[in-house]
Write a protein that binds this ligand. Structure first.
Ligand code: ATP
Ligand code: MG
Length: 383
């Protein structure tokens, strides 16, 4: 998950420029003049209308008993307050409308500023009503767009890194192959034995390249968002016992023993066994390759709640603290020279992590003077 540094800007009110204030004043003055003219014309029309006078007198007759009619029908006491209320409302409505237009203009100019490449900037205005919602939506949109751009950049960068690493890792064995084949091509060998030695080295290096390409293929395959996962029901304890048996001979050659502790003896769960075997194969071959000097490999398989927890431990030399987090990065090797010697590509744990994540689980490593452990948590059931 991404952690993005967003510039927090203090909310502030929109401050109008002097030009906008004059615009607002002019709008107010023009509106007042227009309204006054309108009031005068209406008064003139009302006082001059004979029909209206007739209506007034007829109504006056009907209500004369209850009302002080002279006061009620007096233009100065009745019409002027109405004029005043209407005028103030119209003035307020026009000024507010103009003020909103100005706020919108400020928002648009902020948008232009962001669009000019200032992606850290957000519209900082403290507004109310619909405009506040517009600003929140725009800021949210800018946030998600910037996050998408950053993600895209990261993917691009990691692709470049991948190409650089692969080119580097392929170039090294390829240079050897070309070198040894060149010696053969130029007949720079003295006897059959030399010839066989050169072809053997070229063969070993070619195999190393094949291993890298296979690993890389596997890695890109499990990293795809739509990678198919073939879930079947199986017994994890049994699978681990089987794998331990497969590695026993090799462990024996290295002077190591493999011990499995399963609790309970049978742990039924769902998973893609072909992919999971790939994970445990790598963990066990790592324990054999890098656990030099150690004597024991222990695999604990446990059912804990709704999870299967598998710990693969070996008692070799510890992994430095600062390397523990990076172990799962592709091409990461704790000790470049030592790993080159053992022929690893540094992709095994990156592949393992992707496979475990595909199953909805997680993997991490711990290491101290006694044990180096790789601990996997896998949900028993997958929806
Ligand atoms: P690959 O598995 O792709 O053939 P690799 O074994 O070098 O190559 P990883 O399995 O990803 O790559 O392991 C990364 C590195 O982590 C190894 O090179 C090694 O330095 C370190 N490492 C892994 N397992 C252990 C272990 N059990 N003890 C000590 N170091 C380990
Ligand atoms: Mg490995």
């Amino acid at each position: 998950m991404l952690v993005r540094q967003k510039k927090i800007e203090k909310q502030k009110r929109i401050t109008l420029t002097s030009k906008e204030i004059s615009e607002l004043l002019a709008e107010g003055i023009v509106t007042i003049i227009l309204l006054l003219l309108l009031n005068v014309s209406i008064t003139v029309i009302l006082s001059g209308s004979e029909t209206l006078k007739g209506i007034i007198w007829a109504t006056k007759g009907a209500f004369a008993q209850e009302l002080n009619t002279d006061l009620f029908w007096s233009l100065s006491k009745f019409v002027i307050p109405i004029f005043f209320i209407v005028d103030v409302s119209v003035l307020y409505w026009r000024l507010i409308r103009r003020y909103r237009q100005m706020q919108l203009r400020h928002i648009i100019s902020e948008l232009h500023f962001i669009a000019d490449g200032n992606y850290d900037h957000r519209i900082p205005f403290e507004l109310s009503g619909d405009l506040a919602k517009v600003v929140t939506s725009i800021n949210g949109l800018v946030d998600s767009t910037v996050a998408a751009i950053e993600d895209e950049r990261k993917i691009e960068k990691s692709k470049d890194e991948l190409i650089t690493n692969v080119s580097h890792d392929i170039r090294t064995p390829l240079t050897s192959i070309i070198g040894y084949l060149g010696l053969i091509e130029d007949r720079q060998f003295h006897n059959q034995e030399d010839l066989l030695k050169y072809t053997h080295t070229a063969y070993v290096k070619a195999k190393q390249m094949k291993l890298l390409v296979d690993d890389l293929f596997e890695y890109t395959k499990v990293r795809q968002p739509s990678v198919p996962i073939n879930l079947i029901s199986f017994d994890m304890a049994q699978l681990i016992e089987q794998l331990a048996a497969d590695f026993e001979l090799e462990a024996d050659k290295n002077g190591m023993t493999i011990q499995v502790n399963a609790n309970p003896a049978s742990i039924k769960m769902d998973g893609d066994t072909e992919k999971l075997v790939r994970v445990f194969d790598n963990l066990l071959s790592n324990a054999l390759k890098y656990g030099k000097g150690g004597k024991n490999i222990v695999i604990d398989v446990e059912k804990v709640g709704t999870e299967a927890v598998i710990a693969v431990r070996n008692d070799g030399p510890p992994i430095p603290k600062k390397s523990l987090d990076q172990l799962f990065d592709r091409f990461y090797r704790v000790e470049e020279s030592r790993s080159q010697e053992t022929g690893g590509t540094g992709l095994g744990l990156a592949i393992a992590q992707s496979i475990i994540a595909l199953h909805g689980g997680y993997i991490y490593a711990t290491s101290d003077n006694h044990w180096t452990s790789f601990i996997i948590h896998l949900p028993l059931k997958r929806n």
